[in-house]
Design a protein around this ligand. Structure first.
Ligand SMILES: [Cu+2]
Length: 297
C-alpha cells in the first residue's frame, strides 16, 4: 500500500515536474526560441548569440561589484551610526584629515574602475567589427519603419512595417508592438555584418536577445554585427526617440537554417524585385543579361 502510494506520489511529482518543464519549454518548442520581453522580467533577455552572452558576463561582473560595494557601504554606515552615536561619545571627535584613508578611498575606486573598464572596452570592440562576416545586411531606419537590403544576395531591398493590433490573429495579440509584416531573415550560425544608415532622423536598431544596438544616422554608415546560434524569432524596437510613431517601430529578426535561408532569399529576390531599378552591376555580371531579361518579363 505504502509502496504503491509512494509510487503514485513520485509519479505525480514527476508528472508535475514534467508539466512545468513542458510549460516552460512550450513557446520554444512551438517555433524555436523567441526573444521578447515578458511580464515581470527582472534580468536581461536570454542570450541567443555570442554578443549577448558577452553582455551577460559583463553584466554579472558589474552587478557583483555593485552588490559588494552596496553591502560594504551599508555595513560601514551602520557601524558609524552605532560606534559614534552621541550617547557613547559625549566629546565628539575633532579629526578632520586622515592621509592614509584619503589615499585609500581615491585609489581603491580607481582600481575598481580599471577592473570594469578593461572588459568594458573589450566588449565594445568585440561588437564593433564583424569577425569573418558570412553575410552583410544594410539596415536603414525611417520614420516609422525599417528598410532592409541584402547587398550580397542580389541587392534586394524591402520595408518592414509594424502590424496593427486588429490585424493580428487572436493567438498572436501578445506580439502587438513587436510583430512586423516582413521580418529580417538571417541564417543560424552566420556572422552577419550589419551596416546601419538613417533616412530622415536618428533611429536605433536594437534587438536585445542578439545583443545588438546601433544608431541609424542620416549621412553616416555604422558597422556592427550579430549572430544567432539558435533558430527563432528575436524581437526588438527602435531605441532612439525619432518622432510621433517612435513607439510603434518594432524589429523582428528570424533566424533559420541555411537551407531555409537560401529558399527565402530565392523567393525574396522575386517578391522584392524592383522594376524601377537596374540590377546591381555585380549581379548583372554574375547572372548574364539574358536571365535578367527573363526575370523582368
Ligand atoms: Cu525611434
Amino acid at each position: 500500500m505504502r509502496v504503491s502510494d509512494g509510487k503514485r506520489f513520485g509519479g505525480a511529482m514527476g508528472g508535475l515536474a514534467a508539466m512545468v518543464a513542458a510549460m516552460a519549454a512550450a513557446p520554444a518548442r512551438a517555433e524555436g526560441m523567441v526573444g521578447m520581453p515578458h511580464a515581470w522580467g527582472m534580468g536581461l533577455q536570454e542570450a541567443a548569440g555570442p554578443i549577448k552572452e558577452a553582455i551577460h558576463d559583463f553584466n554579472t561582473l558589474v552587478f557583483s561589484i555593485i552588490v559588494a560595494i552596496t553591502i560594504l557601504v551599508m555595513l560601514l554606515l551602520a557601524w558609524c551610526v552605532w560606534r559614534y552615536r552621541a550617547e557613547a561619545n559625549p566629546n565628539p571627535s575633532t579629526t578632520s584629515h586622515h592621509t592614509l584613508l584619503e589615499v585609500a578611498w581615491t585609489v581603491v575606486p580607481v582600481l575598481i574602475l580599471v577592473v570594469i573598464a578593461i572588459p568594458s572596452f573589450r566588449l565594445i570592440y568585440y561588437q564593433d567589427r564583424t569577425p569573418n562576416a558570412d553575410i552583410t545586411i544594410s539596415v536603414q531606419g525611417r520614420q516609422w519603419y525599417w528598410n532592409y537590403t541584402y547587398p550580397d544576395h542580389g541587392n534586394f531591398n524591402f520595408d518592414s512595417y509594424p502590424i496593427a493590433e486588429s490585424d493580428l490573429p487572436a493567438d498572436q495579440r501578445h506580439l502587438y508592438r513587436l510583430a512586423v509584416d516582413n521580418e529580417l531573415v538571417i541564417p543560424v550560425g552566420a556572422n552577419v555584418r550589419v551596416i546601419t544608415t538613417g533616412y530622415d532622423v536618428i533611429h536605433s536598431f536594437f534587438v536585445p536577445a542578439l545583443g545588438i544596438q546601433r544608431y541609424t544616422i542620416p549621412g553616416r554608415a555604422l558597422e556592427t554585427w550579430m549572430r544567432a546560434d539558435r533558430e527563432g524569432v528575436f524581437y526588438g524596437q527602435c531605441n532612439q526617440i525619432c518622432g510621433t510613431n517612435h513607439w510603434f517601430m518594432p524589429i523582428a529578426v528570424r533566424a533559420v537554417s541555411r537551407t531555409e535561408f537560401d529558399t527565402w532569399v530565392a523567393q525574396a529576390r522575386t517578391r522584392f524585385a524592383r522594376a524601377d531599378e537596374p540590377a546591381a552591376p555585380a549581379v548583372a555580371a554574375a547572372q548574364g543579361t539574358v536571365q535578367i531579361a527573363q526575370a523582368r518579363d
